[in-house]
Design a protein around this ligand. Structure first.
Ligand SMILES: Nc1ncnc2c1ncn2[C@@H]1O[C@H](COP(=O)(O)OP(=O)(O)OP(=O)(O)O)[C@@H](O)[C@H]1O
Ligand SMILES: [Mg+2]
Length: 438
């Protein structure tokens, strides 16, 4: 509006103004150009810094046991310094550039006054016009003066948003197909058809896996560490996409149904589980917020954790985590199992802990789970003899391949690799202590 007024009053001033505006905008653009890369670096350094702080707290025991305090401190110092450097750099640029704007604008005002004065002396314009133009010039430039500190904030947020979007975009690499169907009321049949998989190009983990699992079957997976047992089972929940082949549930390719409906059917208890700060009830209810007290109790009983919960003064309202009671590894595992069971999964995947649960609890636990999952499919990565004996079939894996399938008795009599593996893992395989680790 002011610009039009300028033209209306005096064409020369209008043109002069139009000439200076792009110069000012160019100045601001330069400012942004200087700041953006530093802000990007700064966000990245900040991310690494906070991650390293979190790791230090999570791993405080390990750090102390291995005497790595000094090493961790110097690492922290390095990241901290890196972050500090970016903050200092950005401050220097701001300190240099931001005061320049008012300075430039003031120079312009002087320039305008000089031209105005000359024109007045030559009698081309009136005094009133000069006063008018300079007043309005002040008005039009005030927002510009205020814009520059604002650009810093904008730029900072832009860098932060970019980092966030980067992370969101990674998450989105697995998504629903446009016509994805809902997986409902499944029977629990699972088919791996010629499945190959690698986390990174060039290092294949699974080779041509063919496996048919009947509804309601309990299948145990065994094999040396690192052969791909966990990987094979985590493909069912589609946290990773297979390279080749297909995984079908009730004859539906899991790629063709929505991730949400797929994961609703499946309960997973993986090797490293996580409990939230909060009450025991809240933690068990996590996957099924509407669960009744009865359902909680039943899940806790099956997971062999109910007795422990009842031994606590506040029972299900006991707080766990930072400000509450500390759980042993086995108790945490069983609580996590209760959390899975309360979602009433149609398919249950257990990555059996190798050490956390004692032998007696363990055999009770597997029997209870077996009982609860009678008509539901259960896949368990087994480290214990009791689990293997309870399974309908055992899948033996070696170097990313399935090398044998059968019951324990079949395999122990016919398969050399299984015999050897079994003997190496299980010192006294005629023993009666069934919960012993294999
Ligand atoms: N998230 C991941 N990213 C990259 N590589 C991975 C990842 N998880 C596992 N691997 C690699 O895949 C291979 C198989 O790992 P996996 O965890 O499936 O083995 P496993 O049979 O479950 O072993 P364990 O009995 O020790 O649990 C290993 O070589 C491992 O290094
Ligand atoms: Mg594993």
């Amino acid at each position: 509006g002011i610009l039009i007024l300028m033209f209306f009053w005096d064409v020369q001033f209008g043109i002069l103004f139009l000439f200076f505006m792009p110069a000012l905008l160019l100045f601001m653009r330069q400012f942004m150009r200087k700041l953006t890369p530093i802000h990007r670096k700064s966000r990245k350094a900040h991310g690494i810094l906070t991650a390293s702080i979190r790791d230090t707290f999570d791993g405080i025991r390990e750090i102390k046991i291995y005497g790595q305090e000094a090493q961790m401190f110097s690492q922290f110092d390095k990241w901290n310094q890196e972050y500090l450097d970016t903050v200092v750099q950005s401050s220097i640029i701001r300190a240099k550039w931001i005061p320049m704007m008012p300075y430039l604008l003031s120079l312009l005002s002087v320039f305008f006054l000089m031209i105005g004065g000359l024109l007045y002396i030559n009698g081309e314009i009136t005094l009133g016009l000069i006063v008018g133009v300079t007043t309005y010039f002040g008005l039009i430039t005030r927002p510009l003066r205020e814009l520059l500190p604002g650009i810093h904030g904008f730029n900072h947020s832009k860098a932060a948003t970019e980092r966030m979007l980067e992370i969101f975009n990674i998450e989105r690499s697995i998504k629903d197909t446009p016509n994805a169907c809902q997986l409902r009321n499944i029977k629990g049949k699972i088919d791996y058809v010629n499945v190959s998989f690698s986390y990174f190009e060039g290092t294949q983990i699974l080779y041509n896996i063919d496996l048919k699992i009947k509804p309601g079957e309990m299948v145990a997976f065994v094999g040396p560490s690192g052969v791909g047992k966990t990987t094979l089972l985590s493909l069912i929940t589609r946290f990773y996409e297979v390279d080749n082949g297909n995984i079908l549930i009730d004859d539906i390719d899991i790629k063709d149904c929505t991730l949400k409906s797929l994961r609703q059917q499946i309960g997973t208890l993986m090797q490293n589980t996580f409990l939230f700060d909060g009450s025991i009830a809240d933690n068990i209810r996590f996957g099924n917020p509407g669960a009744t007290m009865d359902q909680l109790e039943k899940a806790a009983e099956t997971a062999q954790i109910a007795d422990f919960i009842h031994s606590l003064p506040k029972k299900y309202n006991s707080l766990i985590g930072e400000r509450g009671i500390k759980l042993s590894g086995g108790q945490a595992q069983r609580l996590c199992l209760a959390r899975v069971l309360v979602t009433d999964p149609k398919i249950l995947i257990l990555d059996e802990p190798t050490a956390e649960v004692d032998a007696i609890t363990d055999s009770k636990l597997i029997s209870a789970v077996r009982n609860l999952m009678k008509n539901k499919t259960t896949l368990v990565i087994a480290h214990r003899l009791w689990t293997i004996k309870n399974a309908d079939r055992i899948v033996v894996m070696k170097d990313g391949r399935i090398v044998a399938i059968g019951s324990h008795n079949e395999l122990i009599n016919t398969r050399k690799f299984y015999q050897e593996f079994f003997a190496s893992q299980f010192k006294d395989n005629t023993s009666k202590d069934e919960g012993e680790k294999i």
